[in-house]
Design a protein around this ligand. Structure first.
Ligand SMILES: Nc1ncnc2c1ncn2[C@@H]1O[C@H](COP(=O)(O)OP(=O)(O)OP(=O)(O)O)[C@@H](O)[C@H]1O
Ligand SMILES: [Mg+2]
Length: 310
């Protein structure tokens, strides 16, 4: 069973407004499996937070269906094993870090001993043990994010929904948080993180969905989203030996004395190129599919004509 199943989900805010309201999610379908870090990536207003709100039953879908652990969000049992870190959260700032985690534990009906154990474990996990007795109002933004992550993990959730979790965290802190996400994933849990920062998602997510104006433009592993299937980089001792590439095979993108980049009509055609080079006694050092950055993939997705989605 998938941890999250979203099928043809549409969410329209204020549907009675002129022009039919605000379409925050538009026919979104996604399946998220156990033991993965799933990045929901999209610019401001793409609908990322709205998707979390629907999963948590903070707002209801207009049409479509959503399941968490096989239960609809309307069933409170669907949230029992879900942890949530809201975006721009404001926890009561007179509380200390320990106080916030304890209070969350009490909301979850945990006993005093269970809470004490959990507080120590979680403060350690997010590297905030030193600051446990300091009031939240004295925390930096990065510290507040870490304590927020700790409180989201109080019920030992199987699914963590993190809305912009690294917002305001410095680069070292980001690397540490990334390790926490990976540790949680390696314990068999699922992490969904929302971000508008490509580089952050790129470095941690196993799979990514690119969302824009409520629509899913692309879903896949970072590898899938960043490979240019048809372009290959061939390192070889070409020197000034040239050979023609027939049109039905592909075309040359660039060539230098030791590097050829080709765009092929079919990935299989790479064999033709290799054979042609070898017949000219060109020694080949490596053949690599070309990669693009997630940013390039994202830009490509958002600028492609979207006739499919209408
Ligand atoms: N309660 C609401 N009432 C009306 N419109 C809303 C409401 N909440 C969100 N919206 C609109 O829905 C769209 C999606 O918003 P959402 O907050 O889900 O985007 P987001 O991807 O989380 O953006 P950000 O990166 O800025 O957090 C936006 O156009 C937003 O203005
Ligand atoms: Mg948001």
């Amino acid at each position: 069973m998938n941890v999250v199943d979203v099928e043809q989900l549409t969410k329209v805010y204020q549907p009675r407004m002129r022009k039919g309201g605000i379409v925050a999610l538009d026919n979104v379908s996604l399946s998220i499996e156990q033991r993965e870090i799933f990045g929901l990536l999209g610019p401001n207003g793409a609908g990322k937070t709205t998707l979390f709100k629907v999963l948590l039953s903070i707002c209801r879908p207009t049409t479509g269906s959503v399941m968490i652990h096989g239960m609809p969000p309307a069933d409170p049992r669907s949230r029992r094993k879900v942890g949530f870190l809201p975006e721009n959260h404001r926890f009561p700032d007179h509380l200390t870090g320990r106080g916030l985690i304890s209070l969350t534990g009490r909301f979850h009906g945990m006993t005093g001993t269970q809470i004490d154990e959990r507080v120590d474990y979680l403060l350690d996990l997010v590297d905030m043990a030193k600051w446990g007795y300091t009031p939240i109002r004295k925390y930096s933004k990065g510290m507040a994010q870490r304590i927020g992550l700790a409180q989201a993990m109080v019920p030992n959730p199987d699914l963590l929904l993190l809305d912009e979790p690294t917002d305001g965290v410095d680069p070292v802190g980001k690397v540490e948080l990334r390790k926490v996400f990976e540790r949680v994933r390696d314990e068999g849990k699922t992490v969904i993180l929302n971000s508008h920062l490509l580089s952050e998602v790129e470095s941690v997510a196993d799979r990514v969905a690119i969302l824009q104006r409520g629509k899913v433009l692309k879903v896949g592993s970072i590898d899938e989203l960043t490979s240019r299937r048809s372009q290959y980089e061939i390192e070889a001792e070409i020197g000034n030996r040239l050979f023609d590439i027939p049109e039905d095979i592909g075309k040359r993108v660039s060539v230098s004395a030791n590097r050829l980049i080709v765009e092929l009509n079919d990935p299989e055609n790479v064999n033709w190129i290799i054979d042609a080079m070898r017949s000219k006694r060109i020694s080949i050092r490596s053949v690599k599919p070309m990669k693009m950055t997630l940013e390039q993939s994202f830009v490509e997705a958002v600028t492609e004509p979207q006739e499919k989605s209408s």
